[in-house]
Design a protein around this ligand. Structure first.
Ligand code: PMP
Length: 290
């Protein structure tokens, strides 16, 4: 039996302990300012998926907020495997977070402070068959977040408010447009299909460089499906044959309704079905290799 979230084993600053015993001081800058970064690594049948890419993105986020990485890649990798082993359950999502540590409240960085390192694991299941076969509904909104959406920061209030809007509308995600162009969704990246050709927004400061999106783009290239990375105007998204969401836990999902109107034929399209199959095959191959 998988442990309940409260008796799951977490890692905090060098120690493993039951989740309900883990404590951080109230002056932790993660708590006070959201001054920290994080990653979520999916684990299938006990094997972390694309761990190296997640750890590289962690390094990129740490560099962007000028916080020294408290561990080497090898140490992170060992810790992730340890957390997986301690939280029995083949499929899980390992969450790791680094904050600038505990210091008197002052916006400027403190000197000589150790970062706080926290890791936990949550049960994860692949998106339900029904969701994959029917697709999901989304709403849209103007992207009102800051201009460093490429940093995987724990300061997620903008994303939280966007996701809540979707939840209140009975939808999975809020798709965001900035200055008339597609950016991303509250917790996923987006791709758009028109006339069997795929378009995706380029990685820049306005979107998180998604690890799942990278896999999907690699698979599209390998399958020689036409692909263009460029800014996508809002009217092109609304006229698309297919819209897809990607994220580590949602994998690749078709958006079949946007703002209560069907996307394309209102069902997951043929390019989605092909790429979804390629993604599942790729996952299976990686898991077999271990
Ligand atoms: N954009 C945002 C805002 C996210 O929070 C996420 C992760 N949930 C993604 C994109 C997708 O990134 P990944 O594929 O690495 O999970």
């Amino acid at each position: 039996m998988r442990k309940q979230p409260t008796d799951a084993t977490v890692y905090l600053n060098g120690q493993f302990m039951p989740a309900q015993e883990a404590r951080i001081p109230v002056l932790d800058r993660g708590f006070i300012f959201g001054d920290g970064v994080y990653e979520v690594i999916p684990v299938y049948s006990g094997h972390p998926f694309r761990m190296e890419q997640h750890l590289k993105r962690l390094q990129r986020s740490l560099d962007a907020i000028k916080l020294a990485n408290p561990m080497t890649m090898a140490q992170w990798s060992r810790l992730v495997r340890r957390v997986v082993a301690l939280n029995d359950g083949a499929d899980q999502a390992v969450y790791l977070q680094v904050t600038r540590g505990v210091a008197k409240r002052d916006h400027a960085f403190p000197s000589h402070v150790s970062p706080t390192v926290f890791m936990m694991s949550n049960p994860m299941s692949a998106p339900a068959r029904k969701l994959v076969s029917s697709g999901c509904a989304c709403i849209s909104a103007t992207d009102n977040r800051w201009l460093r959406c490429d940093i995987k920061s724990t300061s997620l209030l903008g994303n939280v408010l966007m996701r809540q809007r979707a939840a209140e509308a009975g939808c999975l995600e809020t798709i965001m447009f900035r200055d008339g162009f597609l950016s991303e969704a509250s917790s996923s990246n987006l791709l758009v299909v028109r006339d069997r050709a795929v378009t995706a927004p380029p990685n820049n400061h306005l979107v998180l460089p998604g690890t799942t999106n990278d896999v999907v783009i690699e698979l599209i290239r390998k399958a020689r499906i036409p692909l263009e990375l460029r800014e996508i105007p809002e009217d092109e998204v609304r006229a698309a044959d297919e819209i897809w969401l990607t994220s580590a836990t949602k994998e690749v999902l078709a958006v079949t309704r946007l703002d209560d109107r069907p996307v394309g034929g209102g069902k997951p399209g043929p390019v989605f079905r092909r790429v979804h199959r390629l993604y599942q095959d790729f996952k299976r191959t990686v898991m077999r290799r271990g």
